[in-house]
Ligand binder design. Structure first.
Ligand code: PSU
Ligand code: MN
Length: 327
């Protein structure tokens, strides 16, 4: 028996029998929403683990983004790996395992984690767009994407998030890129990779905790419907990658860049002092910045994640509507 979902699954032998498959499991709720042409928003699980936010803020983050997506009429799909299976959406109770997991998985780690039956692992942006693609989910909400690290000309540290966004057709809603990165170089690499960067009601690339980085963007959208139209156009003209939708942090939660920049310098120095490199760099820097701001960075991080989730849900709803009318 073939369902609508089968046709949306790419490159795997997924059947809808109970929704369980060897490599990918789409939760009952998400499967139902996709089959009905409804709105679904993928979520990464790194930011909602202790690698992204210290407990109990990681749990609060999860609850707020989950609520924001449901309130806007979409179904959230937390991604990760459980018992060697990629999951898109969790069954009741399973979110606990992902909130408590501490193995960080980028896209390149997924084949190894599946083959080795990793018990529980959390997905970064790169892994989440890959899982979303596989599951047929087109919109994903995060806090801030990874990007080109400062000093990358020496370290070569460029997040795999950027390449993954060029390879998977998923719209990523993010408050720009984390401000401790080199934002200018991050935009250059996105341009090279051909990923459209669209400011949501802004002409400026947001800087995560601050609304503006001062770096101009060429493209802008005013409404979720405009973003949905861009997604549709991308598919129609054969762009096989995604879009980055840059949504500034809500005004009330912003930390002005003058204030955060000192904390960023301190955080970078602290992470360097403990020798945090590779995948360990980002969690160490985030923790050091939280410390340097006396935890003021954390409510800002939660607020922007919630705002991105709400916008992503509105975009997914608009995309689902558009598809229903043109089908
Ligand atoms: N932004 C946050 N918290 C996070 C991350 C981003 O506020 O935990 C995570 C995301 O999962 C992102 C990853 O994909 O950091 C990037 O890691 P790296 O720089 O190692 O590629
Ligand atoms: Mn890196």
């Amino acid at each position: 028996m073939h369902s609508a979902l089968d046709t949306t699954l790419h490159g795997c032998t997924c059947s809808d029998r109970e929704g369980f498959d060897v490599e990918l499991r789409v939760s009952r709720e998400v499967r139902g929403a996709l089959a009905a042409g409804g709105a679904v928003v993928a979520l990464e699980s790194t930011i909602t683990s202790s690698l992204g936010l210290p407990a109990p803020h990681n749990r609060h983050c999860y609850e707020r983004v989950d609520n924001a997506i449901r309130a806007a009429g979409a179904v959230p799909a937390l991604t990760g790996i459980l018992d060697g299976v990629l999951v898109a959406g969790v069954e009741p109770g399973e979110e606990e395992r992902l909130l408590n997991a501490s193995v960080k998985l980028a896209e390149r780690d997924l084949p190894v984690a599946v083959a080795q039956h990793l018990a529980a692992g959390v997905t970064t942006v790169s892994a989440t767009v890959a899982v979303s693609h596989l599951a047929g989910i087109r919109v994903f909400a995060t806090g801030g994407i990874g990007g080109v690290h400062r000093g990358a000309e020496a370290s070569f540290d460029v997040s795999s998030d950027l390449g993954a966004m060029a390879r998977h057709p998923v719209a990523v809603v993010s408050a720009g890129a984390k401000a401790f990165l080199d934002l200018s170089k991050t935009l250059e690499v996105l341009e090279t990779l051909g990923v459209p960067v669209v400011g949501y009601q802004t002409d400026d690339f947001p800087a995560f905790w601050s609304r503006s980085s001062g770096l101009p963007l060429q493209h802008r959208a005013e409404t979720p419907g405009e973003v949905a139209a861009m997604m549709r156009a991308a598919r129609a003209i054969g762009w096989g990658g995604g879009l980055l939708i840059a949504n500034p942090i809500p005004v009330a939660s912003e930390i002005p860049s003058s204030e955060i920049s000192e904390a960023i310098e301190k955080g970078l120095a602290a992470a360097a002092a403990v020798g945090a490199r590779g995948p360990a760099a980002t969690p160490a820097i985030l923790a050091a910045i939280a410390h340097a701001t006396a935890a003021r960075s954390i409510p800002a991080n939660l607020a922007l994640a919630e705002s991105n989730a709400g916008l992503a849900a509105a975009i997914a709803v608009a995309a689902a509507k558009e598809e229903a009318t043109t089908r």
